[in-house]
Design a protein around this ligand. Structure first.
Ligand code: AMP
Length: 458
């Protein structure tokens, strides 16, 4: 079951003045989380519950950040390196946790480390695991990590010639960061050709200057997260998310409409096998390239008939997997992330993981994943508890105090219980207590692990 909240220290983040860093061997006291989504609110919430924490800041955060116990938002953009460095100095921050991939790929962690700060998140070199599909595929092949066969192409002509030679449907992936939209799983050769044209027509900007063509795999997907200091690693429970907008896993892909953990698809022995065959070889290949990777390695796996294969690597926590997993993690989390940042994970306290089930349902704005309305008031609220949480994602606080919608995925409601049926019933029950114009959510999140998935019970 979820952990009770650790008592918070009494200092008021809004009024405290420029304290010196106070991290101890046991853990940090003042943390800055960088990012403005549901993932960063969940990280802030979980870190603020850890023992010895005085303050957690979320920059820029969103409309829900200030409501999280022990958290405050800071109006500094995630790409504003100078602003973030200054904030760390002013507030005596002793651990920075960078949430999203774009600032990591742009070198934010390198910048902060040059200032002497402890940072959980890889430098630009390690972030290539996510920021370049070609780079990640080459690393996987070199390290004998199971993954789909692939071909790189730097021009339209090269890609089309490869398709001509292979003459079968392929998966087309823009090489760079494309906000989760750069992949087409084509059903026919014609669709493959159209997807190639789209990449080189500039749909993904610089991210589509080159691409990867991949063999099609099939099987259920599961996400595995390793926290690492570049040498040792701690694995979190495997999670499964729902990418499609529609019930029954239909319709266009989204950033994720819900998730659950632990995913029974990977039992403890299978998770250990993933550590041995995927994560440890990846870390060792990174080290072989001179990369000191301190942060999360997120392996998106497909469980094929011939075993787990890597579909993608990400250099940060998944969203909504992060919201789902954080409530299962123990009060050692802050010390563990600091140890990753400092390179001494082997000496960190063991991270306890609650044995229960966690369920997360996303409430999106009408029209998502296409154009969405913004500015609708978010009404209601739930009483958060040790087993029920509300994390804001696309929301904003107006000057008149109203919290309004400000993005596609607006809220994440997360609940824990001893079994998935109860956890999902709790999450859907919580969701019924919040509303905004056009609220949209799937009622069948976790259908794989629920007995009556189509009936949201309260
Ligand atoms: P990615 O951004 O690489 O994770 O891809 C997005 C989604 O495309 C994945 O979650 C899979 O559902 C699908 N996908 C990616 N690569 C493959 C593949 N080689 N075979 C089948 N489906 C894939």
């Amino acid at each position: 079951m979820a952990f009770p909240q650790a008592p918070m220290a009494s200092s008021d983040p809004a009024t405290s003045a420029a304290p010196p860093p106070t991290a101890t061997a046991a853990g940090p006291a003042r943390i800055l989380v960088v990012g403005g989504g549901g993932r960063e609110n969940a990280l802030g919430w979980a870190l603020a519950r850890c023992a010895g924490i005085q303050e957690v800041w979320i920059a820029p955060g969103n409309g829900g950040s200030d409501a999280l116990p022990g958290c405050r938002s800071l109006p500094i953009a995630e790409q504003d390196g100078d602003g973030l460095v200054a904030a760390c100095r002013e507030r005596g921050i002793d651990l920075v946790v960078v949430g999203p991939e774009a600032p990591l790929a742009a070198g934010l962690a390198d910048r902060l480390r040059r200032e002497g700060l402890a940072v959980f998140g890889p430098g630009a070199d390690g972030a290539q695991l996510e920021a370049s599909k070609q780079w990640a595929k080459a690393l996987m092949v070199e390290a004998c990590i199971p993954t789909a066969g692939y071909w790189s192409a730097a021009s339209r002509e090269e890609a089309l010639a490869q398709l001509e030679r292979l003459n079968r449907p392929l998966v087309v992936k823009a090489d760079g960061l494309a906000a989760g939209k750069g992949v087409t799983v084509a059903a026919t050769v014609e669709e493959t050709r159209a997807a190639i044209e789209e990449v080189f027509d500039g749909r993904f900007g610089a991210a589509g200057a080159s691409l990867v063509l991949e063999e099609m795999l099939s099987g259920p997907e599961v996400s595995v997260f390793a926290l690492t200091d570049g040498q040792a690693m701690v694995l979190l429970p495997p999670a499964q998310d729902h990418k499609r907008i529609g019930e029954g896993d239909t319709g266009p892909n989204t950033g994720g409409m819900g998730a659950y953990a632990p995913a029974p698809l990977l039992d403890a022995a299978a998770l250990e096998a993933v550590r041995r065959t995927v994560l440890e070889p990846t870390l060792s290949a990174l080290r072989g390239r001179g990369i000191d990777y301190r942060g999360v390695i997120y392996a998106g796996l497909m469980l094929t008939a011939s075993g787990p294969q890597v579909i993608e690597f990400n250099c940060r926590f998944g969203d909504p997997e992060c919201e789902t997993l954080m409530p299962l993690l123990g009060p050692e989390l802050a010390a563990v992330l600091l140890a990753c940042a400092r390179g001494d994970l082997a000496a960190a306290p063991a991270l306890t993981i609650a044995p229960g089930c966690s369920a997360c349902v996303i409430a999106a704005a009408a029209g998502y994943p296409g154009e969405v309305r913004r500015g609708d008031t978010i009404e209601g609220g739930l009483d958060p508890s040790d087993t029920l949480q509300l994390f804001h994602a696309g929301s904003r606080l107006e000057s008149d105090g109203r919290c309004v919608t400000a993005g596609g995925r607006v809220l994440a409601v997360v609940a824990q219980a001893d079994d998935f049926d109860t956890a999902f019933a709790r999450a859907y029950g919580g969701l019924e207590r919040v509303s905004f114009e056009g609220i949209t959510y799937r009622r069948d999140i976790g259908h794989q692990v629920r007995r009556r998935p189509s009936l949201p019970s309260t």
